[in-house]
Write a protein that binds this ligand. Structure first.
Ligand SMILES: C[S@@+](CC[C@H](N)C(=O)[O-])C[C@H]1O[C@@H](n2cnc3c(N)ncnc32)[C@H](O)[C@@H]1O
Length: 234
């Protein structure tokens, strides 16, 4: 597999821009202000093609009409996931916790140009059915393998190399997912985890990604939930 630059210039710029020092004690994670508490600029995705326009329309509809009860990532976190997928040239993204397919569809948007595939796990049948319908109406179903069931029992069957792992299922399960999937992540690949504020994160997972010399981890906030970005060093 062709390995693209690990963290492109765009990505590094984005990380510098969005790093909000979630790990700083006493500082609540917030979406808009930067590390110095200063307001950042608002932005939105401006479609370049009809395909992008179509997928964005589905994402917008999901955000407006289906978000309730879905636990989907905030819009800006979704945009960040798309940037990760596209800028790293991802060919294989593995997601834990599909829900209705919102974050998965952002990954798919990023992989429109890379030709990548998404493997995504969901334990809830109803949400998985909604996700399948959403992937279909965005016409990305050929790009997605949705696996219904308990991901803890099934992730070991994932075939590497994996460019990006996105953890967004049961928070206490992140460490188990990391242990099972890290060997399949390519050198220079990423493990992203959602809901990584000090209030929500599992300390065992935080320890695992911040003390291993094989890994480089940064905590950022694009939306309001906090994401850990862990790179598997080359
Ligand atoms: C926070 S939601 C995922 C949101 C989704 N990533 C998005 O942003 O659109 C978490 C999902 O993980 C699923 N889940 C929880 N434990 C799971 C497990 N052991 N295996 C597979 N899915 C699981 C839940 O059913 C739920 O739909």
């Amino acid at each position: 597999m062709k390995i693209i630059a690990p963290l492109s210039t765009t990505l590094m710029f984005l990380l510098m821009l969005s790093a909000s020092l979630l790990a700083q004690p006493g500082r609540p994670p917030r979406g808009e202000p930067g590390a110095g508490g200063e307001a950042l600029f608002p932005s939105q995705t401006v479609p370049k093609s009809e395909r992008e326009k179509k997928i964005l329309a589905v994402l917008n509809d999901m955000d407006q009409a289906q978000r309730r009860g879905s636990m989907s990532v905030p819009v800006n976190d979704g945009r960040l996931l798309r940037i990760f997928a596209e800028s790293t040239g991802a060919k294989h993204v593995v997601e834990l916790g599909t829900s209705i397919g919102y974050s998965g569809l952002w990954f798919c948007l990023g992989m429109e140009q890379t030709g990548g595939k998404l493997t995504t796990f969901e334990i809830d049948e109803g949400r998985a059915a909604m996700a399948r319908a959403n992937f279909k109406r965005a016409e990305v179903e050929h790009r997605v393998k949705l696996i219904l069931g308990d991901a803890h029992e099934m992730v070991s069957a994932v075939e590497g190399p994996v460019d990006i792992v996105f953890l967004d299922a049961d928070k206490q399960g992140y460490l188990d997912y990391l242990e099972k999937l890290l060997p399949k992540v390519r050198p220079g690949g990423l493990v992203l985890a959602h809901n990584m504020s000090q209030r929500q994160a599992d300390p065992r997972y935080v320890k695992a990604i911040t003390t291993n010399p094989e890994l480089e981890t940064l905590f950022v906030s694009a939306g309001d939930s906090g994401i850990s970005i862990t790179m598997k060093k080359r």
